[in-house]
Ligand binder design. Sequence first.
Ligand SMILES: NC(=O)c1ccc[n+]([C@@H]2O[C@H](COP(=O)([O-])OP(=O)(O)OC[C@H]3O[C@@H](n4cnc5c(N)ncnc54)[C@H](O)[C@@H]3O)[C@@H](O)[C@H]2O)c1
Length: 357
Amino acid sequence: MKHYKIAAIPADGIGPEVIDAGLQALDVLARRDGGFALDVTHFDWGSDRYKKTGALMPDDGTQQLKGFDAIFFGAVGAPDVPDHVTLWGLRLPICQGFDQYANVRPTKILPGISSPLEGVGPGDLDWVIVRENSEGEYSGHGGRAHKGLPEEVGTEVAIFTRVGVTRIMRYAFRLAQSRPRKHLTVVTKSNAQRHGMVMWDEIAAEVSREFPDVTWDKMLVDAMTVRMVKKPRSLDTIVATNLHADILSDLAGALAGSLGVAPTGNIDPERRFPSMFEPIHGSAFDITGKGIANPVATFWTASQMLDHLGEPDAASRLMRAVEKVCADGVLTPDVGGKASTQDVTDAVCEAIRIENA
Ligand SMILES: NC(=O)c1ccc[n+]([C@@H]2O[C@H](COP(=O)([O-])OP(=O)(O)OC[C@H]3O[C@@H](n4cnc5c(N)ncnc54)[C@H](O)[C@@H]3O)[C@@H](O)[C@H]2O)c1
């Protein structure tokens, strides 16, 4: 029996609600499979810890996580703590500290869930967005001068390195190659941003030569939003910078029905460090504690985690169960249903137990 060490960091808002749901489903899956077990360690890091101690996680936080096979993360952010403090205090130090440079965000319309796009259903929107996750606009480079004075200035510098861009392009082309349509769209803004983004385009063209069987095209990010809405079938695999993909993947989630169904894997493709799996959504203050958070994004990211750990059968079984439950209409209010988080979780666990495959 294989044992995987999982670090669970539910953190803030609905994070604990959806991570609890995800762990219930993972437990049922492991029992059903019989070939692996998940040894889960819980970390109480997050905004409550920050309010008590002044830090979201301990100084040696990443050191503590290093020995795990994967990290299962909820969401971070509290109404009474500035967002840059929470993000830079927990999630980004893990992503950047572990060089999880490929942020992989699959989106599709699940059966039983309606897209706000008229005439677009399951099969019409099936994308994977690859987000550069280690540099770009979120490199943390910049500063403020003359603080508090009328002449105050703030800079936010986007950093693009040849190494960083080449490796994300290679990852995206390889992923596109592994999917049936073998098509990649490279998102850019090289008309207005004439340095880093032009280098981004040049490196995309260079790397494309290593993948002659992958067709690819290029889109300016503003036009990309229009294409996502108007021609969703024309897209398959998409690669974009840290900021661009952050925004586009929220749009993708909404077009697939709700942010509550959109997952993400923060991957270190070289496997030097643990990778981290989380729903795309944040703490969702407006529904925290109501028991109605959609757990589907967390189930989907749990499936990504199982795939990454080398358990593709269990990963597929989980997604089949989720799709069955959605198709049966067991849905939370964000996707038009009346079910609670626990109702959906119970239905998914039952679907895993009774499946014959
Ligand atoms: N990865 C992260 O940890 C992460 C990501 C985004 C935002 N945040 C933080 O979360 C806080 C709230 O941010 P926000 O409101 O911009 O984004 P959000 O994702 O928390 O919520 C946006 C909207 O989507 C809904 N929603 C999100 N997840 C849902 C789910 N599982 N089920 C049903 N509805 C869901 C919310 O109710 C809300 O109306 C902020 O502090 C922000 O910094 C954290």
